[in-house]
Design a protein around this ligand. Structure first.
Ligand SMILES: [Zn+2]
Ligand SMILES: [Zn+2]
Length: 309
């Protein structure tokens, strides 16, 4: 088995699977490059012509993706990058459904098997039932200390000039929730049931100014809704419908991360299917024909609109 097709063994006490995932997926260019690679781009010039990206940004990202085992040195996909398609499909779906700024830009997805436009359903592989946005229960696992969510510094976006750091803008809101450590930690914490400022602060060890800023962003994009303080009740921040709808992205991303990055002390986040109580092995299915989806059978209908040939 080639090296990139085996899970990476993490060091004891080091960055956990979530942190390693954020280092890779918390960058919009990486997502877009992987998406193109999965759709068949395999040469430098193909990535250049399919993406509105500069040479320096593309070179850096390709180097990093090769280093992380998502591409081979000649830019072919690996088992690690091919298995990312459920995350990409889930992100696409969420942006299509919930980010209204987009609706004209992001085309629908077609299931090649049944030929129809579809939305992905998440199913529990233990009981076979569809898992709704409220159907998951999160708990922290043995490697789930928040300090270990910090991505290893593989992309240094801050040090790049504005021009090269400019993103394609296809997944702006996904990047607001997955694009950095504190945002992703805040999202996981909200799914764990945390609602109060002081509880987020105590749990995550996040500086109050950063927490204020993240809560503001989450509020602005409508992922959390703030319930103002009322007498003895302190203000609360609860996941909105749009926030809950991130369950698919969160579950597929966690599943990918914990498949490919193995901490010696165990999982960082455990996800259970609320209805049947088992640890959730999630699969995506087509809501039109009910078949389990596989990556090669998902097309976007109007490629041009998404900048995808
Ligand atoms: Zn189940
Ligand atoms: Zn179908």
């Amino acid at each position: 088995m080639p090296l990139e097709d085996r899970p990476t063994k993490l060091e004891p006490g080091d960055t956990n699977a979530i942190g390693r995932m954020l280092g890779v997926l918390g960058d919009e260019w990486n997502l877009l490059i992987i998406q193109q690679a999965v759709m068949g781009a395999a040469r430098y010039t193909e990535f250049m012509s399919r993406l509105p990206i500069s040479n320096s940004v593309l070179s850096k990202r390709l180097r990093m993706l090769v280093g992380e085992g998502l591409l081979t040195p000649d830019y072919a996909t690996t088992a690690r990058s091919r298995s990312l398609w459920p995350v990409l499909v889930s992100i696409w779906q969420w942006e299509r459904m919930w980010v209204t700024e987009h609706q004209e830009l992001l085309p629908a997805m077609r299931h090649a098997r049944c030929g129809r436009l579809f939305s992905p359903l998440m199913r529990c592989t233990s009981c076979g039932a569809t898992v709704g946005d409220n159907g998951i229960e999160l708990a922290l696992g043995p490697s789930g200390q928040w300090s270990r969510f910090a991505p290893t510094a593989t992309t240094r976006r801050r040090s790049e000039s504005d021009a090269t750091a400019r993103q394609a803008g296809l997944f702006p809101q996904t990047m607001s929730v997955l694009g950095n450590r504190w945002a992703a930690a805040l999202l996981v914490s909200a799914f764990l049931g945390t609602t109060r400022f002081t509880d987020f602060q105590a749990q995550l060890g996040i500086p109050p100014s950063l927490l204020t800023e993240r809560l503001q962003t989450f509020g602005d994009i409508g992922v959390l809704s703030a319930v103002p303080a009322d007498g003895s009740e302190r203000a609360a921040y609860r996941l909105s419908g749009k926030g809950r709808a991130l369950a698919g992205v969160l579950v597929t991303a966690l599943q990918w991360a914990q498949r490919w990055f193995a901490a010696p002390d165990g999982a960082a986040v455990l996800v259970r299917h609320r209805d049947c109580g088992s640890l959730l092995g999630a699969e995506l299915a087509c809501d039109r024909c009910g078949e389990r989806l596989c990556g090669a059978q998902v097309d976007v209908t109007s490629a041009e609109a998404a900048g995808i040939p």
